[in-house]
Design a protein around this ligand. Structure first.
Ligand code: NAP
Length: 249
């Protein structure tokens, strides 16, 4: 799959940025999508270009359908049709109990984490499926251990959105398995990124480290490597599967 066009949503920071950089090193042409942090996305593009591959940064809010359509049309025009997609863009909000969570917050979290992934997967399948005369492709969704643990007292809404993303992974994988498209997910544990600060606790990885079997939080590159494996032909017989990258269960 390398040398192919890859879209990483939310590629300006954290796990997405590490995935985009590693993909560049492995020979992919990369579209680095971002929401606000243009500078971060530009730095990732520069790193990929230093590795000798072509990359572009495209601003688009994956929770907005028209933005997703524009994102894929931009890729068609500037890089050619996508052959690989990483649905990485994801958000959570301040730690809270369910009794404090309102509908508007749930809708915001689901709009990015679930609807965004669905819309990107839809546009990708249109461009990858042998049903449409295309050559196939691979999709990797970035899920969370929260889907199984539920994130009580923190963000059950986020956990529920990741459970939905896992159902998308399983259902879409089965739907397009005969069309040369593989759909898999990585279920990340506690990884050192900015996302914990957006939940109101930047030190969360250090607090939780003693509870993890390996006694440490994970690094973004450790997640990126699993994503790149699932995208690659090395994973040619895997679809609808979810790999834990969480330092143990
Ligand atoms: P992060 O550091 O907060 O980065 C989030 C990325 O998503 C940024 O690039 C951000 O763009 C982008 N983004 C957010 N909303 C977007 C939208 N509506 N449209 C387009 N891009 C959007 O997060 P992270 O920790 O790397 O998380 C990446 C993925 O891994 C998420 O799906 C998250 O749920 C999942 N995950 C993370 C952990 C963890 O412990 N870190 C664990 C399990 C799963 P800007 O930079 O422009 O804001």
């Amino acid at each position: 799959m390398s040398e192919h066009v890859l879209l990483v949503t939310g590629g300006s920071r954290g796990i997405g940025a590490a995935t985009a950089r590693l993909a560049g090193e492995r020979g992919y042409t990369v579209c680095v999508n971002y929401l606000q942090h243009r500078t971060g996305a530009s730095e990732v593009v520069s790193a990929i270009e230093r590795a000798g591959r072509h990359a572009i940064a495209v601003q688009a809010d994956v929770s907005i359908e028209a933005d997703v359509v524009r994102l894929f049309e931009t890729i068609d025009r500037e890089l050619g049709p996508v052959r690989a997609l990483v649905n990485n863009a994801g958000i959570l909000e301040h730690q809270a109990r369910v009794e404090e969570i309102g509908a508007s917050r749930i809708n915001r979290v689901f709009a990015t984490n679930v609807t965004g992934a669905f819309m990107c997967a839809r546009e990708a399948v249109k461009r990858m499926s042998t049903r449409h005369g295309a050559a196939g492709g691979a999709i990797v969704n970035v899920s969370s251990r929260a889907a199984q643990l539920g994130a009580p007292g923190e963000y059950v809404d986020y956990a529920a959105s990741k459970a939905a993303l896992e159902a998308l992974t399983i259902g879409l994988a089965r739907e397009v398995a005969g069309e040369s498209i593989r759909v898999n997910a990585v279920r990340a544990g506690v990884i050192q990124t900015d996302i914990h600060a957006s939940g109101g606790e930047p030190g969360r990885p250090d607090r939780l480290a003693p509870t993890i079997p390996m006694k440490r939080a994970g690094e973004v590159l450790e997640v990126a490597r699993a994503i790149l494996w699932l995208l690659s032909d090395e994973a040619s017989y895997s679809t609808g599967t979810i790999i834990d990258v969480a330092g143990g269960r």
